[in-house]
Ligand binder design. Structure first.
Ligand code: ZN
Length: 95
């Protein structure tokens, strides 16, 4: 049994607080979900409308593909992805 210490240990910087940049939160949309269920710091439901979002940047394209079906809450800008297995529709609004 070899008990060699691993030389791969990279020193981790001490838990630095996250930079104060606006990283959009990504959630998976429930089937037929139309309103944001994100809660703010006070626990209040956002309930903003989820709209098909075409203005995403390279980051989203790289993560979810160039033709990703992405929705965004018009209120808190949380990004919603379609529910897995849920057939995408072509319309901009889903009713
Ligand atoms: Zn929202």
């Amino acid at each position: 049994m070899t008990d060699a210490p691993t030389a791969m240990e990279t020193p981790q910087p001490a838990a630095a607080p996250a930079p104060a940049q606006q990283v959009p939160k990504v959630k998976t949309r429930l089937p037929h979900q139309r309103a944001c269920n994100e809660k703010d710091a006070k626990g209040k439901l956002c309930a903003g409308h989820l709209k098909r979002w075409y203005g995403y940047g390279e980051d989203v394209k790289r993560q979810f593909g160039p033709n990703a079906e992405v929705y965004r809450c018009e209120h808190c800008h949380t990004i919603y992805l379609p529910a897995p297995g849920f057939t995408p529709r072509s319309g901009t609004l889903q009713f």
